[in-house]
Design a protein around this ligand. Structure first.
Ligand SMILES: Cc1cc2nc3c(=O)[nH]c(=O)nc-3n(C[C@H](O)[C@H](O)[C@H](O)COP(=O)(O)OP(=O)(O)OC[C@H]3O[C@@H](n4cnc5c(N)ncnc54)[C@H](O)[C@@H]3O)c2cc1C
Length: 383
């Protein structure tokens, strides 16, 4: 990918940097999920109003219609300025929106894209079930076509932000007689629909950020189906491709910043005098550089018009592994103090506890390795 910034790119970077310096909220995103959701909507609205949302999304749906390079600049500057985490905006901006842009109808795009960019609509992802996580194709939540509606009954789980979302990317089984990957349908489910019950689940960091969702004969218009009825597997693969493939530039930049903070902490604490610590920090810098090259290669494929594919699993796996190794090294440098006190006042301990889930959410590390072996390297399957 040609990463020579044009005069336009540089002007874009300068204007964005100046705006962020003035507007990034210093207090950060509240940890409480309800306050966090309100914050996400307001912050997204502020970004949209100032023209800093949907950088490479089409202009007719509220985006800026700029290049993928400028979207990359946005991620870089956003992380550099310490912009608030994506929070409950993640699904809508990083995979529901891109899925609708790629595969939605005109009506889907008109109804949803601008609402995502303004923060009016938060989305959640209803893929996993109690007996269908890694083996997503075994999901059993049923959808029965009744006239011009789908009637949905079943259960999803680990649905991040379900209790604050307006819409859900919902994957259901519409043909129980078909083979596992066939007979699935990807549908836009309004979370306020009658028959939906949401039960929050508390995580080990003490917060209830994800939920179980129960559906009791929930009626959803057939026109909400994205792709074909019974053709939902390919829509879901596009969604996961966006989730794994193109949404990691922000994380990558954040890891880079955290690593440089660890370097500063090492210098301040005297750990810098230790050769082994300096060697480890240098190793992490090399890993971050590799991650950066991988992200840009991925984005360059996307910029050429290719749908994000199985290669996204490499980015996801490496992002998770590098994030974890940077967190562990930073805590090693911080020593016992790094694990003491209130989580909210101790970002490293918070990140380490929160970071464990990175290797599970969006598909586990083992599954990413399987995808890489099978679909990228095309290794023979073991018996
Ligand atoms: C923080 C967080 C947020 C999440 N948010 C959402 C969300 O918003 N929406 C949503 O739909 N889901 C969400 N998930 C669910 C997530 O996608 C699943 O947890 C994940 O896909 C794993 O499924 P599982 O939990 O059923 O584990 P299982 O599939 O039961 O796996 C258990 C263990 O077995 C291993 N394993 C399973 N199959 C294989 C295999 N074939 N080869 C090798 N190892 C294997 C796994 O790697 C794992 O270590 C979230 C999860 C987390 C942790």
């Amino acid at each position: 990918m040609d990463l020579t910034w044009s005069a336009d790119d540089l002007a874009f970077r300068g204007a964005l940097r100046a705006w962020l310096a003035e507007h990034v909220p210093h207090a950060g995103r509240p940890h409480d999920p309800t306050a966090g959701a309100a914050f996400d909507r307001a912050w997204q609205r502020a970004l949209f109003d100032a023209g800093w949302a949907g950088i490479n999304w089409p202009v007719e749906y509220g985006g800026r219609g700029l290049s993928i390079l400028q979207q990359i600049i946005w991620y870089e500057e956003y992380a550099r300025a310490g912009g608030p985490p994506m929070g409950f905006r993640f699904v809508a901006l990083n995979h529901a929106g891109p899925t609708l842009i790629a595969l939605g109808t005109e009506a889907h795009k008109t109804a949803h894209l601008q609402a995502i960019l303004t923060g009016e609509a938060l989305w959640c992802q209803g893929f996993s079930e109690p007996n269908a996580g890694s083996d997503l194709a075994s999901l059993r939540t049923r959808g029965v076509v009744d006239g011009d509606e789908l009637v949905v009954t079943g259960q999803k789980t680990w649905t991040t932000g379900a209790d604050h979302a307006d819409y859900q990317e919902l994957l259901i089984r519409t043909d129980p007689d078909s083979a596992r990957h066939k007979g699935l349908t990807w549908v836009i489910c309004p979370m306020a629909a009658k028959g939906i019950e949401i039960h929050p689940i508390r995580k080990m960091n003490g917060r209830a950020e994800f939920c179980s969702v129960f559906y009791d004969e929930v009626r959803i218009p057939l026109s909400n189906v994205v792709g074909e009825v019974n053709g939902g597997w390919s829509t879901a693969m596009a969604t996961l491709g966006f989730e794994r493939g193109t949404s990691f530039v922000g994380e990558m930049t954040e890891i880079t910043l955290r690593l440089e903070e660890a370097v500063t902490a090492a210098k301040a604490s005297g750990a810098w005098a230790d050769d082994e610590t300096r060697r480890k920090l240098a190793d992490r810098r090399a890993e971050v550089a590799a991650l950066r090259a991988l992200n840009y290669a991925n984005l360059s494929r996307y910029a050429r018009g290719d749908a994000p594919g199985a290669e996204g699993s490499i980015t996801k796996l490496l992002t998770n592994e590098v994030a974890r190794s940077v967190q562990e090294l930073a805590l090693e440098i911080a020593g016992a103090e790094g694990l003491c006190g209130d989580l909210t006042a101790n970002p490293w301990a918070e990140m380490l506890l929160g970071g464990i889930v990175l290797s599970i959410g969006g598909g586990t590390a083992e599954i990413q390795r399987e995808i890489i072996a099978d679909r990228v390297l095309e290794l023979p399957r073991s018996r």
